[in-house]
Design a protein around this ligand. Structure first.
Ligand SMILES: Nc1ncnc2c1ncn2[C@@H]1O[C@H](COP(=O)(O)OP(=O)(O)OP(=O)(O)O)[C@@H](O)[C@H]1O
Length: 327
């Protein structure tokens, strides 16, 4: 049997993740499941902890990130080079797009039950994306990356106290909407040169480019409705030549994945992408600020072993999947 490790970000969900862990801990003790738990103490600590756990020996292990998408991002970046790890996730953050995309229940107790069951069945290999920055730094993403307006919003969300305010009102997911409306009127669009599998495209007045491994981002928006995390492709979405007012319309349609029907939204599938522009663009990976453009993105086919119900759609409880608030 694989030993089980939990990496908990007590600050995720504006501190609510600590309570989530409290419930999970009781459940593990009730069911007499052996485990080891580690709490993060600062940003990037989850990556360090995950790397240490993975490198300890060659034994097969399960590491479960308890937190938000940022925690999952750090854990997966920590274990990337270690093939002895299977990754799991219990939602304890604000957005929790990983659980939507990989069909893990929104309720943490149900998520644990599902993960325990999945750990005894066949494990699933999924693709991931690798970003290579101008200075050669490499960073992996599991959900998606973005360059431009969405990355600016992600940066503002994580660097402003407004997130804590919205979380206190239990309206954490609305922080994206609020900041989008605030930044919309001062943002300057850019001309972007995009290369997808060697084919070059130039987009004028571009708001943002996203590259997705699964459909959801930004706290439940279905930015890449056709993305499949084990199909050997990344899904690229470009939003350009759009007035501010129409951008708002497109924005609200993203929650239903209907934005792809606007002529100003272009979608592609590909394996290698490069993003360049005269102006530097903010870049995020799984909602975490990574740096600035230019950069290259390469798919890593079936590079990560995870606990997911993705392969078995019949098992998915649609209600649990679509309502993603922490209980
Ligand atoms: N002990 C800590 N103190 C402060 N920040 C931390 C700590 N541990 C982790 N972090 C940082 O917390 C940030 C947010 O974590 P995470 O994304 O998991 O939660 P969230 O923002 O609430 O959820 P989501 O990304 O799903 O909206 C990450 O950037 C991570 O580096």
């Amino acid at each position: 049997m694989r030993s089980m490790y939990f990496i908990i970000n007590p600050k995720a969900g504006n501190g609510r993740c600590r309570k989530v862990w409290g419930k999970i801990e009781l459940q593990l003790k009730d069911e007499q499941i052996p485990y080891l738990a580690f709490f993060t103490e600062y940003p990037e600590h989850a990556k360090q902890l995950a790397r240490q756990i993975a490198a300890k020996n060659d034994h097969e292990k399960i590491i479960i990130a308890v937190g938000g998408d940022g925690t999952m991002h750090e854990v997966m970046n920590g274990i990337f080079k270690h093939k002895n790890i299977t990754l799991g996730f219990i939602p304890g953050g604000t957005g929790n797009d990983y659980s939507r995309g990989f069909k893990i229940p929104a309720d943490p107790a149900s998520a644990l039950k599902v993960l325990l069951r999945l750990s005894k069945s066949e494990l699933v290999q999924i693709d991931t994306g690798k970003m290579t920055m101008e200075d050669g730094r490499e960073e992996y993403f599991i959900n998606n990356m973005g360059a431009g307006f969405d990355a600016l919003i992600a940066y503002k969300v994580n660097h402003s106290r407004i997130k804590a305010f919205f979380n206190k009102l239990s309206l954490g997911r609305l922080v994206y909407v609020y900041l989008l409306l605030r930044e919309l009127f001062t943002f300057k669009t850019a001309t972007i040169d995009l290369s997808i599998d060697g084919y070059k495209h130039t987009f004028n007045q571009t708001w943002f480019v996203t590259v997705s491994n699964q459909p959801y981002y930004g706290g439940g928006m279905k930015i890449a409705p056709e993305a499949v995390p084990n199909d050997g492709f990344l899904d690229i979405t470009v939003v350009h030549e759009l007035s501010k007012w129409k951008l708002l319309l497109v924005f609200f349609s993203v929650f239903w994945g209907k934005h792809i029907y606007f002529s100003e939204v272009k979608t592609f599938k590909g394996k290698q992408v490069s993003i360049q522009s005269k102006e530097k663009l903010f870049v995020h990976g799984d909602g975490e600020h990574i740096g600035q453009s230019p950069l290259k993105i390469d798919i890593q086919v079936k590079a990560m072993q995870v606990l997911t119900r993705w392969q078995n759609m019949k098992e998915v409880d649609v209600k649990a999947r679509d309502s993603n608030d922490i209980h």
